[in-house]
Design a protein around this ligand. Structure first.
Ligand code: XMP
Length: 317
């Protein structure tokens, strides 16, 4: 059990930020609980001297830009939506290696922020980095498990000064902080910084990304519905990935040769370890039926990942 005290943390952090942020700042707002909490803390410290930038990388969840924009508006955080999807798709063209994907996305993020910061006139970049992000990115006594985009992707010549107000916190602590701050996404499942790019195994083309975006949406909708109906407990994280293998199937009475989607759902406490969720078979079946029906031109097979972390990680890349 954690003895984390949100009220004390807010008071101390807002004080620190007031001193630290001596000039205008921008924050990378992804819509997740981490960056939203960081945005609210920074806004408490410097008010309108903070501009939250939400970058649509093209690798975001379905309808995410609209959702994030209205949430930030409600929280009173000044923000801007930047559609950089073409730039990200171009940057990842032909890239297959997961570490390379993460580094390219991290660097593109920083470049976009630098440009936005210049336009806005700010000197600081606030980020919602939390402890597992930098622990797993290696350095010192730690091995590099995977470079989290907001750590491994930082270029050496970055022009902005970095400020990470929640970098010592674990996820459960960030969630209690979010509840304390009335942030509506406090219980929202995590979403990786590199987004759907690490849920497309192999090249993350716009077309394959669109397939996994829809598959993730279906998996999310069905599990949330089942949890609401009391059929299952909502997992800690749940999504879909698209595999780089095609398999043979049959559509009507015609041979098909299509993509494979893997569904992943895990229970976890702090993302450092995780257990594959034992989903009711009826829920799995419904997800499979919907994915193969709604994406019938692209997907003809759905599998369920039963790997714990370790030995797997939560994401597939
Ligand atoms: P893994 O896959 O390492 O993921 O078991 C642990 C948790 O972190 C999320 N994740 C990321 N979050 N930037 C983030 O902010 C990243 O680059 C990143 N990669 C993974 C993942 O979704 C899981 O919740």
């Amino acid at each position: 059990m954690s003895f984390f005290n949100p009220a004390k943390f807010v008071e101390e952090t807002v004080d620190t930020l007031k001193n630290q942020l001596s000039d205008k700042a921008i924050i990378a707002a992804s819509g997740g609980v981490d960056s939203t909490v960081a945005a609210v803390l920074a806004a408490k410290a410097v008010g309108d001297n903070l501009l939250a930038i939400y970058v649509d990388t093209g690798y975001m969840r379905l309808n995410e830009s609209k959702f994030v924009s209205s949430m930030l508006k409600e929280l009173g955080v000044k923000h801007k939506v930047v559609d950089a999807s073409d730039r990200f798709y171009k940057g990842l063209k032909g890239v297959i290696d997961p570490e390379q994907k993460r580094k390219i996305i991290g660097e593109l993020f920083i470049r976009v922020f630098e440009e936005e910061s210049k336009e806005y006139g700010g000197k600081f970049l606030v980020q919602g980095t939390i402890a597992p992000d930098w622990i797993e990115s290696g350095g010192g006594i730690r091995d590099t498990i995977k470079s989290h985009h907001n750590v491994g992707g930082l270029p050496d010549d970055m022009e902005m000064e970095l400020c990470e107000p929640i970098r010592e916190l674990y996820k459960d602590e960030v969630r209690s902080l979010a509840e304390y701050l009335n942030v509506s996404v406090s219980q929202r499942q995590p979403f990786p910084g590199p987004g759907l790019a690490v849920r497309v195994m192999g090249e993350a083309t716009p077309e394959r990304t669109e397939i996994v975006r829809q598959a993730c949406h279906i998996a999310e909708e069905e599990m949330e519905l089942a949890a609401k109906e009391g059929v299952m407990e909502l997992p800690w994280q749940y999504f879909a990935v698209i595999l780089p293998v095609k398999t043979v199937g049959v559509q009507g009475d015609v041979r098909a040769y299509g993509n494979t989607i893997a569904v992943r759902a895990v229970h976890s406490y702090d993302a450092m370890t995780a257990q594959a969720a034992e989903l009711p078979y009826s829920v799995l079946k419904r997800i499979s039926e919907r994915i193969t029906r709604e994406l019938k031109n692209d997907v003809n097979r759905v599998v369920y990942d039963i790997t714990d972390k370790p030995p797997g990680t939560i994401e597939w890349e």
